[in-house]
Write a protein of this length. Sequence first.
Length: 255
Amino acid sequence: MLIDWFTVGAQALNFLILVWLMKRFLYKPILHAIDEREKRIAAELANADVKKAEAEKERDDFQHKNAEFDQQRAALMTKATTDAQAEGQHLLDEARKSAVALTSKQQETLRDEEHNLHQAIIRRTQQEVFSIARKTLSDLATTSLEERLGEVFNRRLREMNGDGKKGLAAALKTSPDPAIVRSTFDLPAEQRAAIQNALNETFSAEIRVQFETAPDLISGIELTTNGQKVGWSIADYLSSMETNVAKLLTAPKIQ
């Protein structure tokens, strides 16, 4: 069999041309497309990795924040529980203190009321006792007793000395009004004259005197002038006794 080298050469040329055309117009675009696709896939994979890393980071941040939130919530719950217990204990203590204070105040009020009632009973009894004593002494007073008291009064005037005498003398000399001599009964003229003489001799001057009766005096005589007073009466002793009894009854008890 004879070989047609022209035909073989033509076919080889056609094959080479076909290969060049395929490489030029088919293979290179395909390879380029494949490269572009691989690059795109690689870029997408890289982007996916970035997004995955970001997602993992966000997940870690979320878990971290969630853990912090849980810790804060637990801390807040613990603090709220502690504060509530402390406030409850505080309110309980305040209520207990208020109850104790109220009880103490009530007891103090009761003691004060008891003390006031006791004092009122004492004062009332004291007033009644001394009122009866005054009335009894007033009923027993007589004119002869008043005359004897006049003698005692005159003796007291003559025995005055010191600051008491100086003060009464100054009051008698500076007073524009007469000195007042008060007695339970009307004094007779002789006794009035005796008192006048005792005053004149004691103070070495003519003393103006006005005599008056004073039923409130219990067996006694007193002289008053310009704020000064000198005298003697059973009422003075009774008042002194009443004051001493009042001090004794109101003195604090020894615990």
